[in-house]
Design a protein around this ligand. Structure first.
Ligand code: HEM
Ligand code: CA
Length: 672
């Protein structure tokens, strides 16, 4: 499968072939040579069949029209198994104007492509030690290094304290998009009395419950946890297709959200859930109001989330992403922003078209919200991540590129490794900045996880947004901040050392879902296959290569997440070439594989020229102005603009008005 590893074996193979020839010549004299050659012929035909089926036949993606030399093809052989064995029959209405909530019927030939509860795509076949589900081991048969040890040796305390030219807003927006395209749920084992089984507390559970196989032992000399007698991290494996009554081989993982960039974190990925978020009046989404009259996602009382998480209060919000919408203050702020934006547009449309039904107002507003998110992703966000030039030559700036042969699914390599590189931009703190550009206070992100009750107090939402815009971000780097690397999800009122290590989790999650090691993915991306550790020197610093050598037995064992974090960044990008390749592949799929993408023409869902023109004027700045009391926004929304040095360079929110007249009297038949 991996041609370069074969290439390195060329010499011995030739020798073998020479000796075989002599053996074959002897065989010619053998009376049964006819049978032998018959069998050989059959074998050759079979091999040819396998080769054609699995290797030569390109992924049904990328037609000649859109394909270019930077694009990669999935060479996994299992991606169609779900379609063959488990995909439900779905009836689609090809003239429907609005995308379905669960993402089905986007592709009319393969209606489940990109839908909620369908598998992540694999770019390379899964890698499990038993070929099916057991965690990967090293090529020499020994256990892989503990992910916590990998973190300690390579990344912890290696922080670069230089600030970025990008601001903190890149973080919550990036996380919003991550949750739009990916939702991997945990398989939490329960005991007979319904309690969560913790593999750290109960060592037997590690044998009884496969879900507990991922428990991470912290080393006895752990620089942080050992001081507090914490020797174990009780992590769980992810839900598999088996949990969805689809027993695929090898183990396959399911995306709980729609794969498309379709604001599923705002509206939900499930029809009933989406209905429950709606007010059913004026096209609006349900909301709660704070003491000072501001709009927030509906407050929920006494919601029992994760048993392992202690709560300071019961304030929580009902969002389209019940799993993650409350995870930290940043993401909850984004959820709030987009709830408000939806209701703002619904209100605008209702004043233009007072006779529109709730349904039309909801769907048209949703369509506009999705379009603006897609625009921000491709215009502002992605160029920062993969670099403007690369984005251009990859073809990601081309418009109207829908291609029904492209599978829009999120790849496992994308969501469980490449995009997670951006966990390194998580800062220690969020700042709350007031109208006078003064930081009123700061909070540690890790102290307030799953506890977003600060948000509706006073003008905190506005100050937090201002903080995102005005605080320089943390540089992408091969090290997560010290708090998220040790104290994530630390329990309130207990010493803060009970927390988790996000980097350890990211490494082990890659093993959980069976990602191939770095070397193979790097090679898929067109980079030279490393024959030994030293070959990594093209992209990885020699001091890190030395550490890799101490940790791993072979260069073919290095975890994907680890290699991606260590790679030198590509020109103009904030990630290295392998991460860039996987990320670009993902965003290409979300655009070229989405029939409802906002700039697609000639579909029942297409915007009119006038509407498209207007959509193209909506920036993230506009969204922020429309939904908050922030009064100035920078043109380049993710960049730091020093207010004291350039006091007039920002746009004033009250000069920012967009009208929706292009939607006026749009009384044509709307098919749902
Ligand atoms: C304060 C900010 C953030 C925190 C606290 C955070 C934390 C987490 C946690 C705890 C997980 C689940 C880990 C697991 O069990 O496997 C996760 C998953 C993930 N994160 Fe983040 N994250 C943050 C920001 C970001 C950003 C900025 C990005 C990228 C732009 C990102 C991308 C992802 C992705 C792709 C996943 C996998 C999602 C899935 O498949 O369910 N995260 N993050
Ligand atoms: Ca989605």
């Amino acid at each position: 499968m991996y041609s370069s590893s074969q290439r390195y074996e060329t010499q011995p193979l030739l020798n073998q072939r020479r000796s075989k020839l002599k053996w074959n010549q002897k065989l010619l004299k053998w009376p049964f040579n006819g049978i032998l050659y018959g069998l050989l012929l059959l074998g050759a035909i079979y091999l040819l069949y396998v080769f054609i089926k699995y290797e030569i036949q390109p992924e049904t993606s990328y037609t000649t029209k859109t394909r270019n030399s930077l694009h990669i093809l999935s060479i996994a052989t299992t991606n169609d198994d779900y379609l063959k064995q488990c995909a439900p029959q779905v009836k689609c209405n090809p003239t429907a104007k609005y995308r379905r909530i669960n993402g089905s019927c986007n592709n009319l030939e393969i209606p489940t492509w990109g839908a909620k509860d369908t598998p992540f795509l694999r770019l390379l076949n899964a890698n499990f030690s038993d070929g099916f589900y057991k965690l990967r081991i090293q090529t020499n048969g020994s256990a892989l290094p503990s992910p916590r040890v990998v973190n300690i040796k390579l990344f912890l305390n290696q922080e670069i304290y230089r600030v970025d030219e990008n601001n903190v807003l890149l973080l919550p927006f990036g996380q919003l998009i991550a949750h739009d395209v990916s939702g991997l749920f945990l398989d939490i084992p329960k005991s007979d009395n319904g309690g969560v089984v913790d593999g750290c507390v109960d060592e037997n559970a590690r044998k009884t419950f496969t879900q507990c196989q991922m428990v991470v032992e912290n080393p006895p000399d752990d620089p942080v946890y050992s001081k507090h007698n914490i020797f174990c991290m009780g992590l769980f494996r992810s839900l598999t297709s088996r949990n969805y009554s689809c027993p695929l081989y090898p183990t396959t993982f399911i995306n709980n959200n729609t794969h498309f960039i379709d604001a599923s974190e705002v509206y939900g990925s499930d029809e009933n859930y989406a209905l429950h978020l709606r007010m059913m009046e004026g096209g609006r989404l349900n909301f709660s109001t704070s003491d000072n009259g501001q709009m927030f996602c509906p407050f929920l009382a006494n919601k029992n989330l994760d048993l392992t998480v202690h709560k300071k209060t019961d304030t929580e919000y009902d969002t389209g992403d019940p799993d993650n919408g409350n995870q930290n203050l940043g993401i909850t702020a984004m959820q709030t922003l987009y709830l408000r934006y939806h209701n703002y547009i619904a209100f605008k449309l209702s004043t233009i078209n007072p006779y529109w039904s709730d349904e039309i107002l909801y769907q048209e507003s949703r369509r506009i919200v999705i379009a603006t998110i897609q625009r921000i992703v491709y215009k502002d966000f992605l160029p920062i991540i993969i670099g403007e030039d690369f984005q251009e030559i990859y073809g990601l700036n081309e418009v109207n590129i829908y291609d029904p042969t492209i599978n829009p699914s999120t790849s496992q390599e994308f969501s469980t490794a490449a995009l997670r590189i951006l966990h390194s931009i998580i800062p220690v703190q969020f700042n709350f900045i007031n109208k006078d550009y003064k930081t009123e206070y700061s909070i540690n992100i890790t102290d307030w996880m799953r506890e977003s009750n600060l948000l509706p107090l006073q003008n905190n939402f506005d100050k937090l947004l201002k903080g995102f815009l005005e605080t320089p971000g943390r540089l992408v780097q091969p090290s997560y901040n010290f708090y998220i690397s040790n104290f994530m999800l630390a329990k309130f009122n207990e010493p803060p050392y009970t927390g988790r290590d996000l980097l350890t989790i990211d490494i082990v999650r890659g093993r959980d879902v069976g990602l191939q090691p770095y070397n193979y993915v790097r090679h898929l991306c067109g980079l030279p296959f490393a024959n030994d550790f030293e070959d990594l020197v093209d992209l990885i610093h020699i001091k890190d290569i030395m550490k890799l050598k101490e940790l791993y037995n072979s260069v073919n064992d290095v975890d994907l997440m680890v290699g991606l974090l260590l790679e030198k960044h590509s020109d103009g990008a904030i990630v290295g070439p392998t991460a860039r390749c996987i990320i670009a592949d993902g965003f290409y799929r979300y655009k070229a594989g989405d029939r409802f993408f906002y700039d697609v023409q000639g579909q029942p869902s297409s915007f009119t020229d006038g509407q498209l023109n207007m959509i193209q004027k909506i920036t993230f700045g506009h969204v922020i102005c429309a939904t908050s009391n922030v009064d100035h926004v920078q043109n380049d929304i993710f960049k730091i603009v020093n207010h004291n040095l350039f006091p007039t360079s920002k746009l004033k929110c009250d000069e920012y008005d967009l009208d929706f007249k292009e939607w006026e009297e749009l009384n044509d038949q709307i098919e749902l």
